[in-house]
Design a protein around this ligand. Structure first.
Ligand code: 6AU
Length: 361
């Protein structure tokens, strides 16, 4: 870790001013506003549980992380489905959605997986992540897909079709009227030999126009106060280091992630990593770190936390944020499996924020 990198001592509100990616700037402001650097890993098994959990824990978090492919009953409808409902909860509580898809493949395939198929991840997830074992071109491919998507949705095409019978005045002078003098008009002056004309017109409506309803359920129009809605940009986190025991990601791989991030600052927001990776003077990438758990309430708060027996290893928010310099801790089972997830999420939020304040001082 770069112990003295300036970003480690800068408040999120300051980093919001210099971050390159619009979504990072937004996220830093949101963190400051909600006094939260907590991401909930919503690894539940049904869409119903996911939406209920997002609604209950939403006030404490700035990012909600999904694995859409472990949710049964995920509704893929692009207008009314689970992604849209989650997006409405994100607006209501003020959090970003991070689909933990860990893309890794050739560029063309990841473009299609990201933008199309059943889940159309790009439509509802502000952030996703990628393992760049396949090479850096994959990041460029995803960046291109995101830019094309943004250009396309910026304006939604409204198509209208009108069918009608033209009146005499619609013809150009000299056209049709001078056709030899045969009386082929009816009493309204319409030319009887033309039955109808179909006109197709297209106009462009801004995608954020209030006339384009985003959802159709009562209450879905609520917007978190104090900050505007997030920008339409999509962001990528590079999976630079993992929390699991025996992880095969080498230092060279992590360094390749750092280089790829610097080459694609317009799309890469930062990393999923176990420590801060900002080293160049103008690096201001955001770090999110999984493998985070607190000892049970009442026990020594910086004590050792056992792994899950399946390779997952845990550290406390204090170690990850104050010592190792991460920005956002990602917590799954530590919150979800507690008896009262909203209360437990608040406990994590307070500890993680305290660890950030300790780092600043
Ligand atoms: O807190 P947990 O252990 O219940 O959940 C951790 C979550 C899971 C993992 O798929 C994910 O974080 N994760 C990731 C991510 C976010 O990419 C990387 C990693 O190194 N370790 C890890 O656990 O949803």
């Amino acid at each position: 870790m770069s112990d003295r990198h300036p970003t480690l001592l800068q408040p999120y509100s300051e980093r919001a001013k210099t971050a390159t990616h619009p979504l990072s700037r937004y996220l830093f402001r949101l963190m400051d506003l909600k006094a939260s650097n907590l991401c909930l890993s919503a690894d539940v098994t049904t869409a119903r549980e996911l939406l209920a959990l997002a609604d209950r824990v939403g006030p404490s978090i700035v990012v909600l992380k999904t694995h859409y492919d472990l949710i049964s009953g995920w509704d893929y409808n692009p207008q009314t489905g689970t992604g849209v409902k989650l997006a409405a909860l994100a607006r209501k509580h003020g959090f970003l959605i991070f689909e933990d898809r860990k893309f890794v493949d050739i560029g063309k395939t990841v473009q299609m997986q990201y933008t199309a198929g059943t889940a159309r991840i790009i439509e509802w997830a502000h952030i996703t992540n990628a393992n760049i074992d396949a090479g850096k071109d994959m990041v460029r491919a995803m960046a291109e897909a995101a830019a094309n998507w943004k250009a396309r949705i910026h304006y939604e095409v409204k198509t209208s079709v009108s069918v009608g019978t033209p009146v005499a005045g619609q013809f150009e002078d000299g056209e049709e009227q001078n056709n030899g003098g045969g009386d082929d008009r009816d009493s309204d002056g319409r030319k009887g030999s033309i039955v109808s004309i179909t006109t197709v017109t297209q106009s462009f409506e801004p995608a954020d126009s209030p006339r384009l309803a985003k959802t159709n359920e009562h209450g879905d129009e609520l917007v978190f106060p104090g900050i505007e809605e997030p920008p339409m940009d999509r962001g990528l986190l590079l999976l630079a280091q993992m929390s699991s025991k025996g992880c095969l990601m080498t230092k060279d791989y992590t360094q390749a992630c750092v280089e790829a991030a610097r080459e694609h600052k317009d799309f890469v927001m930062g990393y999923v990593a176990q420590e801060a990776l900002n080293t160049a003077p103008d690096d201001n990438f955001i770090h999110m770190t999984p493998g985070c758990k607190l000892p049970p309430p009442g026990e020594e708060e910086n004590g050792h936390v056992e792994g899950d027996g399946l390779g997952q290893q845990y550290n406390t928010p204090a170690k990850l944020i104050t010592l190792l310099g991460t920005d956002i801790v990602i917590v799954g089972r530590g919150i979800i499996q507690s008896a009262d997830p909203p209360t437990e999420a608040e406990r994590y939020r307070r500890k993680a924020w305290k660890a950030y304040l300790a780092r600043l001082s």
